[in-house]
Design a protein around this ligand. Sequence first.
Ligand code: ARG
Length: 460
Amino acid sequence: VMKKMWAGRTSGKTDQIADDFNSSIRFDQRMYPEDIAGSIAHAKMLAKQGIIPEEASGKIIAGLEGILADLNSGKLEIDPAAEDIHMFIEETLTERIGQDGKMLHTARSRNDQVALDIRLYMREENGQIKQLLKQLVEALCDQAEKYKGSLMPGYTHLQRAQPVTFGHQLMAYAYMFMRDLDRLGQMEERMNYSPIGSCALAGTTYPIDRVYEAELLGFKAPVANSLDGVSDRDHVVEDLSDLALVMMHLSRLSEELILWSSWEFHFVRLADAYTTGSSIMPQKKNPDMAELARGKTGRVYGDLMAILTTLKGLPLAYNKDMQEDKEALFDAIDNVELCLETFIPMIKTLEANEKAMHQAAQKGFINATDLADYLTKKGMPFRDAYHISGQLVALCIDQDTVLEDLPLATYKGYSDLFDEDLYQAIDLHNCLAKRTSLGGPTPESVQKQVDEVRGKLALE
Ligand code: ARG
């Protein structure tokens, strides 16, 4: 049994089973670049304040840079027996540079160290996720522009409802992901305060400069309260909540892609590269990527619930429970990144079957509202017009025909207000073209939406 670095009051001799239970190295090792960046800033600050000699600080920094390079290149391997990444790096440093390495942990605790590392890691990954979201929105804009004139039925209750365009439908998703981008940006702003210098919980008697260290690490300012500095994981909750929304949006898009690529709809064709076959049924082309994203959504929701539940009722300040924050966070980040990386090319290569969409639009009476509006514009109260149109739809269903093919005489039997021009009013293309209200489905409106979103992305 090896003696622990933290063997102060106790013998530091722990049972192997307790060590394994306590250890976080198998998952927190991914934060080594952040841990090293934090330690370099700390060593600089300690020297600037005269807390450790300039020379020792220089050796510490050089040693840490060497460790970083060797971890990056694979020359140095992370020892799974180390308790966590913070201990591993400090131990390796002292092994490499000797006594001076032992000065690094002055005026610091793993409590503020881990709080710092998480924020730095999240900042990095958040940048990556925002980039991916942008690329996804760009792909949606390109497709929306291409299909801005493609008539399709819009649905409510998954029943054909009113005419829209495929471009309009795609832009609805673009706006969801734009809000996700916005939320992630706001989360990052609230997270942008440095917890380092909170130390274990109560600050320190050393003359540290938290403002300087915060600046070195690119934060706006230090966290104002040291207890809050080490106890706060709001940003983890917020990030997981934002990521749960990203997944919810991806999952709704997935559901539509799955439906649309079925023979029942046949609205879209996914590129072969993003589908799978069946081991027994030779005709199959399955939308596995969309299904998997839909499935992973539940898992990311679970990550959010896990951290919320872990933090609930935790007394201040640090408690070991908080070590559980990382696996949930990393799992969500990894899975969101995987999903986005897959969806970007899948959306880029998606093809719409405009003919099938058009055919679907022709059946299902999606111009029935327009028929009612026609009567209303001629003076009939909407509720009466609604009623007559409903009867005409029922008649069509009975006679296996469509509104466009009913003779004028039949219409006249229901109301004198009907005239030849009703056929214009219920023509599907007119029904679409006349929906000129702001945010509507016309090609012009879709183009406006695309331009607006592209404009916003350019400012990001
Ligand atoms: N591995 C720990 C964590 O992830 C680091 C902080 C440990 N602090 C402590 N006092 N045991 O939370």
